[in-house]
Design a binder for this molecule. Structure first.
Ligand code: CP3
Length: 339
Protein backbone atom coordinates (compact mmCIF):
# COMPACT_ATOMS: atom_id res chain seq x y z
CA UNK A 1 0.00 0.00 0.00
CA UNK A 2 1.52 3.22 -1.26
CA UNK A 3 0.58 5.38 1.74
CA UNK A 4 2.13 3.02 4.30
CA UNK A 5 5.17 2.37 2.05
CA UNK A 6 5.80 6.11 1.94
CA UNK A 7 5.39 6.43 5.71
CA UNK A 8 7.98 3.69 6.00
CA UNK A 9 10.45 5.82 4.05
CA UNK A 10 10.01 4.71 0.43
CA UNK A 11 9.93 7.42 -2.22
CA UNK A 12 7.60 7.32 -5.20
CA UNK A 13 7.36 9.59 -8.25
CA UNK A 14 3.61 10.04 -7.78
CA UNK A 15 2.97 10.74 -4.11
CA UNK A 16 0.13 9.15 -2.15
CA UNK A 17 -2.77 11.57 -1.72
CA UNK A 18 -5.26 12.29 1.04
CA UNK A 19 -6.77 15.52 2.34
CA UNK A 20 -7.29 16.63 5.92
CA UNK A 21 -11.05 16.80 6.65
CA UNK A 22 -11.64 14.93 3.40
CA UNK A 23 -14.94 13.67 4.85
CA UNK A 24 -16.79 16.90 5.40
CA UNK A 25 -19.13 19.69 4.41
CA UNK A 26 -17.71 20.41 0.93
CA UNK A 27 -19.24 17.05 -0.13
CA UNK A 28 -22.97 17.09 -0.98
CA UNK A 29 -23.30 13.45 0.15
CA UNK A 30 -21.83 14.41 3.56
CA UNK A 31 -24.26 17.32 3.96
CA UNK A 32 -27.14 15.01 3.09
CA UNK A 33 -26.29 12.35 5.66
CA UNK A 34 -25.37 14.98 8.26
CA UNK A 35 -28.97 16.29 8.09
CA UNK A 36 -30.15 12.96 9.51
CA UNK A 37 -28.60 13.77 12.91
CA UNK A 38 -28.58 17.24 14.42
CA UNK A 39 -26.23 16.45 17.29
CA UNK A 40 -22.68 16.29 15.88
CA UNK A 41 -21.33 14.16 18.76
CA UNK A 42 -24.11 11.61 18.23
CA UNK A 43 -23.33 11.68 14.52
CA UNK A 44 -19.66 10.85 15.24
CA UNK A 45 -20.71 8.07 17.62
CA UNK A 46 -23.04 6.46 15.11
CA UNK A 47 -20.65 3.82 13.77
CA UNK A 48 -22.72 3.08 10.69
CA UNK A 49 -22.93 6.76 9.66
CA UNK A 50 -19.32 7.51 10.61
CA UNK A 51 -18.08 4.64 8.46
CA UNK A 52 -20.28 5.70 5.56
CA UNK A 53 -18.94 9.26 5.73
CA UNK A 54 -15.37 7.93 5.99
CA UNK A 55 -15.88 6.05 2.71
CA UNK A 56 -17.43 8.96 0.78
CA UNK A 57 -14.20 10.67 -0.33
CA UNK A 58 -12.60 7.30 -1.02
CA UNK A 59 -15.37 6.23 -3.37
CA UNK A 60 -15.41 9.62 -5.01
CA UNK A 61 -11.70 10.43 -5.43
CA UNK A 62 -9.89 7.14 -4.85
CA UNK A 63 -7.76 8.63 -2.06
CA UNK A 64 -4.72 6.64 -0.91
CA UNK A 65 -5.81 6.66 2.74
CA UNK A 66 -9.04 6.99 4.72
CA UNK A 67 -9.16 8.98 7.94
CA UNK A 68 -11.79 7.67 10.29
CA UNK A 69 -14.66 10.10 10.69
CA UNK A 70 -14.68 11.28 14.30
CA UNK A 71 -13.56 14.42 16.16
CA UNK A 72 -10.73 15.38 18.50
CA UNK A 73 -13.27 16.85 20.95
CA UNK A 74 -14.86 13.44 21.64
CA UNK A 75 -12.07 12.93 24.15
CA UNK A 76 -13.18 15.96 26.21
CA UNK A 77 -16.82 14.97 25.87
CA UNK A 78 -16.03 11.58 27.40
CA UNK A 79 -14.09 13.24 30.24
CA UNK A 80 -17.41 14.82 31.30
CA UNK A 81 -16.85 18.16 29.57
CA UNK A 82 -19.82 17.71 27.27
CA UNK A 83 -19.28 19.31 23.87
CA UNK A 84 -22.03 20.78 21.74
CA UNK A 85 -21.62 22.26 18.28
CA UNK A 86 -23.55 25.45 17.64
CA UNK A 87 -24.15 26.42 14.01
CA UNK A 88 -21.94 29.37 12.93
CA UNK A 89 -20.19 29.35 16.32
CA UNK A 90 -18.38 26.04 16.53
CA UNK A 91 -17.83 23.88 19.60
CA UNK A 92 -18.95 24.96 23.07
CA UNK A 93 -18.01 23.12 26.25
CA UNK A 94 -17.85 23.58 30.00
CA UNK A 95 -14.69 25.59 30.76
CA UNK A 96 -11.99 24.33 33.08
CA UNK A 97 -11.04 27.26 35.32
CA UNK A 98 -7.73 28.07 37.01
CA UNK A 99 -7.48 26.02 40.20
CA UNK A 100 -9.73 23.27 38.84
CA UNK A 101 -8.69 19.82 37.76
CA UNK A 102 -10.30 17.14 35.62
CA UNK A 103 -11.68 14.75 38.19
CA UNK A 104 -11.84 11.55 36.27
CA UNK A 105 -11.20 7.93 37.16
CA UNK A 106 -13.58 5.85 35.12
CA UNK A 107 -11.20 4.76 32.38
CA UNK A 108 -13.11 1.56 31.65
CA UNK A 109 -16.25 3.61 31.09
CA UNK A 110 -14.27 6.05 28.95
CA UNK A 111 -12.99 3.29 26.68
CA UNK A 112 -16.43 1.71 26.55
CA UNK A 113 -18.00 5.00 25.45
CA UNK A 114 -15.46 5.36 22.64
CA UNK A 115 -16.00 1.83 21.34
CA UNK A 116 -18.29 3.26 18.64
CA UNK A 117 -15.19 4.78 16.98
CA UNK A 118 -13.50 1.36 16.94
CA UNK A 119 -16.65 -0.16 15.48
CA UNK A 120 -16.69 2.52 12.76
CA UNK A 121 -13.14 1.49 11.82
CA UNK A 122 -14.14 -2.18 11.62
CA UNK A 123 -17.18 -1.34 9.48
CA UNK A 124 -15.07 0.87 7.20
CA UNK A 125 -12.60 -1.97 6.67
CA UNK A 126 -15.47 -4.18 5.57
CA UNK A 127 -17.02 -1.54 3.31
CA UNK A 128 -13.96 -0.44 1.36
CA UNK A 129 -13.99 -2.19 -1.99
CA UNK A 130 -10.24 -1.74 -2.49
CA UNK A 131 -8.58 -2.01 0.90
CA UNK A 132 -6.63 1.12 1.80
CA UNK A 133 -5.02 2.13 5.10
CA UNK A 134 -7.18 3.75 7.76
CA UNK A 135 -5.76 6.64 9.77
CA UNK A 136 -6.79 6.83 13.42
CA UNK A 137 -6.27 10.15 15.16
CA UNK A 138 -6.41 12.29 18.24
CA UNK A 139 -5.86 15.89 19.18
CA UNK A 140 -2.60 16.50 21.06
CA UNK A 141 -2.82 17.43 24.76
CA UNK A 142 -2.06 21.14 24.26
CA UNK A 143 -4.75 21.57 21.58
CA UNK A 144 -7.27 19.69 23.74
CA UNK A 145 -6.23 21.84 26.71
CA UNK A 146 -7.00 25.01 24.72
CA UNK A 147 -10.58 23.85 24.03
CA UNK A 148 -10.94 22.82 27.67
CA UNK A 149 -9.77 26.11 29.15
CA UNK A 150 -11.29 28.39 26.50
CA UNK A 151 -14.62 26.52 26.45
CA UNK A 152 -14.42 26.47 22.64
CA UNK A 153 -12.40 28.02 19.84
CA UNK A 154 -10.29 31.09 20.55
CA UNK A 155 -8.44 33.94 18.87
CA UNK A 156 -5.64 34.59 21.34
CA UNK A 157 -5.80 31.58 23.70
CA UNK A 158 -5.49 33.91 26.67
CA UNK A 159 -7.37 31.58 29.05
CA UNK A 160 -5.18 28.63 28.11
CA UNK A 161 -2.00 30.69 28.53
CA UNK A 162 -3.28 32.23 31.72
CA UNK A 163 -3.87 28.75 33.16
CA UNK A 164 -0.21 27.84 32.55
CA UNK A 165 1.15 31.02 34.15
CA UNK A 166 -1.29 30.98 37.07
CA UNK A 167 -0.68 27.45 38.23
CA UNK A 168 1.86 25.45 36.28
CA UNK A 169 1.80 22.54 38.73
CA UNK A 170 -1.96 22.15 38.34
CA UNK A 171 -1.63 22.41 34.55
CA UNK A 172 0.79 19.46 34.71
CA UNK A 173 -1.88 17.42 36.50
CA UNK A 174 -4.45 18.30 33.84
CA UNK A 175 -1.98 17.28 31.13
CA UNK A 176 -1.42 13.91 32.82
CA UNK A 177 -5.14 13.19 32.46
CA UNK A 178 -5.16 14.40 28.84
CA UNK A 179 -2.16 12.22 27.96
CA UNK A 180 -3.95 9.19 29.37
CA UNK A 181 -7.15 10.12 27.54
CA UNK A 182 -5.31 10.46 24.21
CA UNK A 183 -3.48 7.16 24.67
CA UNK A 184 -6.74 5.33 25.50
CA UNK A 185 -8.51 6.89 22.49
CA UNK A 186 -5.68 5.82 20.18
CA UNK A 187 -5.64 2.35 21.76
CA UNK A 188 -9.30 1.86 20.92
CA UNK A 189 -8.62 2.81 17.29
CA UNK A 190 -5.49 0.68 16.98
CA UNK A 191 -7.20 -2.37 18.46
CA UNK A 192 -9.96 -1.91 15.87
CA UNK A 193 -7.37 -2.01 13.06
CA UNK A 194 -6.21 1.57 12.38
CA UNK A 195 -3.08 1.35 10.19
CA UNK A 196 -1.50 4.71 11.04
CA UNK A 197 -1.97 7.40 13.66
CA UNK A 198 -2.12 11.17 13.30
CA UNK A 199 -1.77 13.62 16.17
CA UNK A 200 -3.33 17.03 15.50
CA UNK A 201 -1.71 19.85 17.44
CA UNK A 202 -3.73 22.46 15.61
CA UNK A 203 -2.86 25.25 18.06
CA UNK A 204 0.81 24.42 18.65
CA UNK A 205 1.57 27.90 17.30
CA UNK A 206 -0.28 29.54 20.18
CA UNK A 207 1.71 28.37 23.17
CA UNK A 208 4.39 30.71 24.56
CA UNK A 209 7.71 29.33 23.27
CA UNK A 210 8.97 29.01 26.83
CA UNK A 211 6.31 26.35 27.53
CA UNK A 212 6.79 24.32 24.34
CA UNK A 213 9.08 21.75 25.86
CA UNK A 214 6.93 20.99 28.87
CA UNK A 215 3.47 21.15 27.33
CA UNK A 216 4.00 20.14 23.70
CA UNK A 217 7.19 18.17 23.24
CA UNK A 218 7.16 16.12 26.44
CA UNK A 219 3.48 15.09 26.36
CA UNK A 220 3.66 14.24 22.64
CA UNK A 221 6.83 12.25 23.23
CA UNK A 222 5.16 10.22 25.98
CA UNK A 223 2.22 9.41 23.71
CA UNK A 224 4.42 8.46 20.74
CA UNK A 225 6.68 6.30 22.92
CA UNK A 226 3.73 4.50 24.43
CA UNK A 227 2.11 3.84 21.04
CA UNK A 228 5.42 2.61 19.59
CA UNK A 229 6.02 0.29 22.52
CA UNK A 230 2.63 -1.35 22.02
CA UNK A 231 2.55 -1.12 18.19
CA UNK A 232 6.11 -0.97 16.85
CA UNK A 233 5.05 -1.01 13.18
CA UNK A 234 2.37 1.68 13.28
CA UNK A 235 3.56 4.87 11.55
CA UNK A 236 2.83 8.16 13.32
CA UNK A 237 2.12 11.52 11.66
CA UNK A 238 2.34 14.70 13.74
CA UNK A 239 0.94 18.12 12.84
CA UNK A 240 2.55 20.69 15.15
CA UNK A 241 0.74 23.50 13.36
CA UNK A 242 2.55 26.83 12.94
CA UNK A 243 5.15 26.03 15.57
CA UNK A 244 7.76 28.20 13.87
CA UNK A 245 11.40 27.27 14.42
CA UNK A 246 10.24 24.97 17.26
CA UNK A 247 9.34 22.36 14.65
CA UNK A 248 13.00 21.33 14.37
CA UNK A 249 13.35 20.48 18.06
CA UNK A 250 9.92 18.85 17.89
CA UNK A 251 11.10 16.55 15.07
CA UNK A 252 14.45 15.80 16.73
CA UNK A 253 12.87 14.89 20.06
CA UNK A 254 9.79 13.03 18.89
CA UNK A 255 11.02 11.44 15.66
CA UNK A 256 7.59 10.96 14.10
CA UNK A 257 7.54 8.91 10.90
CA UNK A 258 5.99 11.91 9.21
CA UNK A 259 5.63 15.62 9.88
CA UNK A 260 2.55 17.30 8.47
CA UNK A 261 3.46 20.85 7.46
CA UNK A 262 0.87 23.61 7.55
CA UNK A 263 0.71 26.37 4.94
CA UNK A 264 2.07 29.04 7.33
CA UNK A 265 5.29 27.05 7.70
CA UNK A 266 7.98 27.20 4.99
CA UNK A 267 8.21 23.59 3.80
CA UNK A 268 11.51 24.37 2.04
CA UNK A 269 13.03 25.44 5.36
CA UNK A 270 11.81 22.26 7.05
CA UNK A 271 13.03 20.15 4.11
CA UNK A 272 16.52 21.71 4.26
CA UNK A 273 16.71 21.43 8.05
CA UNK A 274 15.60 17.84 8.62
CA UNK A 275 17.04 14.44 7.84
CA UNK A 276 15.60 12.71 4.77
CA UNK A 277 14.41 9.90 7.02
CA UNK A 278 11.44 11.97 8.04
CA UNK A 279 8.53 11.91 5.63
CA UNK A 280 6.86 15.26 4.95
CA UNK A 281 3.19 15.85 4.22
CA UNK A 282 1.43 19.00 3.07
CA UNK A 283 1.29 21.98 2.68
CA UNK A 284 -0.95 23.59 0.04
CA UNK A 285 -3.02 26.48 1.44
CA UNK A 286 -6.65 25.24 1.59
CA UNK A 287 -7.69 28.54 -0.02
CA UNK A 288 -5.48 27.80 -3.04
CA UNK A 289 -7.58 24.63 -3.54
CA UNK A 290 -10.76 26.72 -3.37
CA UNK A 291 -9.41 28.71 -6.32
CA UNK A 292 -8.00 25.75 -8.26
CA UNK A 293 -6.81 26.28 -11.84
CA UNK A 294 -3.29 26.82 -13.15
CA UNK A 295 -2.13 28.64 -10.04
CA UNK A 296 -2.89 25.55 -7.94
CA UNK A 297 -1.13 23.32 -10.49
CA UNK A 298 1.98 25.53 -10.23
CA UNK A 299 1.97 25.19 -6.44
CA UNK A 300 1.57 21.43 -6.68
CA UNK A 301 4.42 21.14 -9.21
CA UNK A 302 6.60 23.30 -6.98
CA UNK A 303 6.07 21.14 -3.88
CA UNK A 304 6.41 17.83 -5.69
CA UNK A 305 9.67 18.98 -7.33
CA UNK A 306 10.97 20.24 -4.01
CA UNK A 307 10.21 16.87 -2.39
CA UNK A 308 11.76 14.80 -5.21
CA UNK A 309 14.47 13.37 -2.97
CA UNK A 310 12.34 12.71 0.10
CA UNK A 311 9.35 10.47 0.83
CA UNK A 312 6.37 12.79 0.55
CA UNK A 313 2.59 12.63 0.98
CA UNK A 314 0.38 15.10 -0.85
CA UNK A 315 -2.04 17.02 1.40
CA UNK A 316 -3.16 20.52 2.33
CA UNK A 317 -1.66 22.60 5.14
CA UNK A 318 -4.91 22.39 7.12
CA UNK A 319 -8.44 21.02 6.64
CA UNK A 320 -10.27 21.40 3.35
CA UNK A 321 -12.72 24.33 3.49
CA UNK A 322 -16.48 23.83 3.15
CA UNK A 323 -16.62 26.17 0.11
CA UNK A 324 -14.12 24.08 -1.90
CA UNK A 325 -15.55 23.07 -5.31
CA UNK A 326 -15.58 19.27 -5.59
CA UNK A 327 -14.31 19.51 -9.17
CA UNK A 328 -11.13 21.26 -7.95
CA UNK A 329 -10.39 18.21 -5.82
CA UNK A 330 -11.10 15.86 -8.74
CA UNK A 331 -8.94 17.90 -11.10
CA UNK A 332 -5.92 18.26 -8.84
CA UNK A 333 -5.88 14.54 -8.04
CA UNK A 334 -5.93 13.58 -11.71
CA UNK A 335 -3.28 16.25 -12.38
CA UNK A 336 -0.96 14.71 -9.76
CA UNK A 337 -1.63 11.20 -11.08
CA UNK A 338 -1.31 12.10 -14.80
CA UNK A 339 0.81 9.72 -16.99
O1 CP3 B 1 -12.24 13.80 7.31
C1 CP3 B 1 -11.62 13.94 8.35
O2 CP3 B 1 -10.58 14.63 8.45
C2 CP3 B 1 -12.08 13.20 9.59
C3 CP3 B 1 -12.89 13.91 10.48
C4 CP3 B 1 -12.39 15.05 11.35
C5 CP3 B 1 -13.29 16.01 11.83
N1 CP3 B 1 -12.63 16.80 12.73
C6 CP3 B 1 -14.72 16.11 11.46
C7 CP3 B 1 -15.45 17.37 11.71
C8 CP3 B 1 -11.14 15.33 11.90
C9 CP3 B 1 -9.80 14.65 11.66
C10 CP3 B 1 -11.31 16.42 12.80
C11 CP3 B 1 -10.22 16.96 13.62
C12 CP3 B 1 -10.45 18.20 14.37
N2 CP3 B 1 -11.59 18.60 15.00
C13 CP3 B 1 -9.45 19.14 14.64
C14 CP3 B 1 -7.99 19.02 14.24
C15 CP3 B 1 -7.77 19.36 12.83
C16 CP3 B 1 -7.96 20.81 12.51
O3 CP3 B 1 -8.81 21.08 11.66
O4 CP3 B 1 -7.24 21.64 13.10
C17 CP3 B 1 -10.02 20.17 15.41
C18 CP3 B 1 -9.33 21.41 15.92
C19 CP3 B 1 -11.37 19.82 15.62
C20 CP3 B 1 -12.38 20.55 16.44
C21 CP3 B 1 -13.58 20.93 15.69
N3 CP3 B 1 -14.48 20.05 15.15
C22 CP3 B 1 -14.02 22.24 15.41
C23 CP3 B 1 -13.31 23.51 15.84
C24 CP3 B 1 -15.21 22.12 14.70
C25 CP3 B 1 -16.13 23.23 14.29
C26 CP3 B 1 -15.56 24.06 13.24
C27 CP3 B 1 -15.83 23.46 11.90
O5 CP3 B 1 -14.89 23.14 11.17
O6 CP3 B 1 -17.03 23.37 11.63
C28 CP3 B 1 -15.46 20.74 14.50
C29 CP3 B 1 -16.62 20.15 13.79
C30 CP3 B 1 -16.32 19.15 12.73
N4 CP3 B 1 -15.43 18.12 12.85
C31 CP3 B 1 -16.95 19.08 11.45
C32 CP3 B 1 -16.40 17.96 10.80
C33 CP3 B 1 -16.75 17.43 9.44
C34 CP3 B 1 -18.06 19.99 10.93
C35 CP3 B 1 -19.29 19.76 11.72
C36 CP3 B 1 -20.54 19.60 10.91
O7 CP3 B 1 -20.64 18.76 9.99
O8 CP3 B 1 -21.51 20.28 11.26
Amino acid sequence: MKFIDTLNGNKSTIPPIWIMRQAGRYLPEYRKLRKSEQDFIKFCLNSEKASEVTCQPINKFDMDAAIIFSDILLVLHMLNHEVSFIADKGPVLKRLLVGENINFNDWDGYKFNLKAVGKAIELTKRKLIHPIPIIGFSGSPWTLFTYLTEGGSSRDFSNARNFLWADEKNAEKVFDVLIKAVVCFLDVQLKAGANAIMLFDSWAGSIPAIFRKKFIIEPTKKIVEYIREQNPFIPIICLPKSMGEGIIEFADEIRPNCLAIDHLTDIEFVHKSLSKNIVLQGNIDPICLVHGGKRLEREVDHIINLMADRPYIFNLGHGILPNTPVENVEKIISYIRRN
